[in-house]
Design a protein around this ligand. Structure first.
Ligand code: ADP
Ligand code: MG
Length: 258
């Protein structure tokens, strides 16, 4: 059975894209046919694995136009990993769907036609709680919430979890919080330790044990269209994301059998 995981947090710079990209690569490495769906108009996840092609249709045309979702999907250099790319044009989605009763269901309705080709779908989202992120959550089984351990880390997290509850009530009762992961962790700073402790006590069992350390290799790998696992396999970044992927898969499996 396939799982769809949205990586979201309405803050920018908390490693949503880095987490989406490297989890997707780890899943593919573990033999799962994986689709990375880029729902951020900034397209950082897309360009991490495929060169931009201004001629090709992308996410906006698949969600608001009459291009089939299958026709925007592109293979990557990583075996088992495909990408559904976005472009800056996706920023027009909200305006284009204004007044459409099915605006929140566009992704769910259209992605279903490619589901059979994949075991796992990971969705990267923009730093907002607007229509795009709601589309991702309506189409997903799980939310994965990355938090950077800063003084303001929890600010906004509750708004996102309120949105999750609203979506659970009506369009998508299957949605749940898969877990919370601490990202960009710098053990040299006191604030990282204090904020991590606060985050852990706030989320309890919902925390992943793995914490993603700050590691410059994670910043570098997308520029070479590589995942951390091929770019710097022995780096702390590769070790951390490998461990997180393992935990994510364990939780998904555990939910499935319960
Ligand atoms: P978001 O998608 O939430 O805006 P990104 O994944 O783009 O966040 O990360 C923001 C910046 O931090 C990027 O430049 C990224 O390369 C960098 N980054 C993310 N995670 C790490 C990490 N663990 N160590 C070092 N740099 C990181
Ligand atoms: Mg991003």
């Amino acid at each position: 059975m396939r799982s769809t995981i949205t990586v979201a947090n309405q803050k920018g710079g908390v490693a949503k894209t880095t987490t989406s990209v490297n989890l997707a690569a780890a899943f593919a490495e573990a033999g799962r046919r994986t689709l990375l769906v880029d729902l951020d108009p900034q397209a950082n996840a897309s360009v991490s694995f495929v060169a931009p092609d201004p001629q090709a249709p992308s996410m906006l045309e698949a969600l608001a136009g009459d291009v089939r979702f299958a026709d925007i999907i592109r293979p990557t250099a990583i075996e088992g990993l495909s990408v559904a790319p976005s472009r800056i044009s996706l920023a027009k989605l909200e305006r284009q769907l204004l007044g459409d009763l099915d605006a929140h269901y566009r992704l769910r309705d259209r992605i279903q036609f490619v589901y059979d080709a994949f075991d796992a779908v990971i969705i990267d989202t923009p730093p907002t709680l607007g229509l795009i992120t709601v589309n991702a959550l309506v189409a997903s089984d799980y939310l994965l919430l990355p938090l950077q351990p800063s003084f303001y880390a929890l600010e906004g997290a509750d708004d996102l979890l309120d949105t999750v509850e609203q979506i659970q009530r009506r369009p998508n009762p299957d949605l749940s919080l898969l877990g919370v992961v601490i990202t960009l962790y710098d053990s040299r700073t006191r604030i990282a330790k204090d904020a991590s402790r606060r985050i852990r006590s706030h989320f309890g069992r919902r925390m992943f044990r793995t914490r993603i350390r700050r590691n410059v290799r994670l910043e570098e790998s997308p520029a070479y269209q590589e995942s951390i696992f091929s770019f710097a396999p022995r780096s702390a970044g590769a070790a951390d994301y490998r461990r997180l992927a393992k935990e994510v898969l364990e939780r998904v499996e555990a939910n499935r059998s319960s």
